[in-house]
Design a protein. Structure first.
Length: 247
């Protein structure tokens, strides 16, 4: 990709497994909250200690490609290779067969859902067309979709590198906290499912991790909200809709 020749850029990403993951694990541990970590296979291969720490802390590990490959326009064989290579890495590093998948850039390919069904995944989390989980479309079998929103993604709030795509802004964590809280409050009102999405190399920075802790405290204080992993939410959805879970 050429990025390996840019040590400063690579250090920006490496902050995640080296510093961000341990810090975010502490935030979660202090509140006894379990999360889902969508991990590219290459990240697992390069930073096995971070993946081991995630597993040992009791969090869910899910699939996020191997090299975070874009899927648009890919053939079925290419998509299958990406999925299988990621599965092999997560099994090799963490002994995990993930139940869930999230497409890089939240951009599914035309073959992805059918392949996820074939390979025994229980759920996907890459679509935007709902406030609550639902059964995915034709060809996906009993696959559950746990929908997402850019409004709850830290990439749009914090991602910045001068010559790369990103939001181009560096928001104050206090502003992000309030924006996410408004989204979550509204989803609670309509009985929806909020899926905050955080990259450790972005949200693992001290002030941002502190804001996440404050957000979790507010959520937990609501009392009537279920805070769970994506896998737990998908299994509950499958059972509620009478389909039984896969994987």
């Amino acid at each position: 990709t050429g990025y390996e020749r840019r040590p400063s850029l690579m250090s920006h990403q490496q902050y995640g497994p080296r510093v961000g993951v341990p810090r975010l694990l502490r935030v979660l541990e202090e509140r006894r909250v379990r999360a889902t970590f969508f991990i590219p296979g290459a990240t697992a291969d390069r930073h096995p200690e971070a993946v081991s720490a995630i597993v040992e802390a009791g969090h869910e590990v899910a699939h996020h490609g191997y090299l975070h490959e874009p899927l648009t326009g890919r053939s079925e064989a290419e998509e299958r290779a990406f999925l299988e290579r990621g599965l092999e890495a997560l099994d090799r590093v963490a002994g995990v067969r993930p139940a869930g998948y999230r497409a890089p850039w939240w951009e599914l390919g035309e073959h992805t859902l059918a392949l996820l069904h074939e390979l025994g995944f229980a759920y996907d989390s890459s679509m935007f067309d709902g406030d609550a989980p639902y059964l995915a479309g034709a060809g996906a079998g009993g696959l559950v979709e746990v929908p997402v929103s850019w409004a709850l993604d830290d990439w749009e709030r914090y991602a910045f590198w001068p010559d790369l795509t990103g939001s181009g802004v560096i928001a104050r964590p206090s502003e992000v906290l309030e924006a996410w809280w408004e989204e979550i409050e509204a989803l609670v009102e309509v009985g929806g499912c909020a899926v905050p999405t955080m990259h450790p190399f972005l949200s693992g920075r001290p002030s941002r991790a502190r804001a996440i802790g404050t957000l979790l405290d507010r959520i937990l204080e609501l009392g009537d909200v279920w805070v769970a992993t994506c896998g737990e939410i998908a299994a509950h959805t499958a059972q509620r809709l009478g389909q039984g879970s896969r994987g």
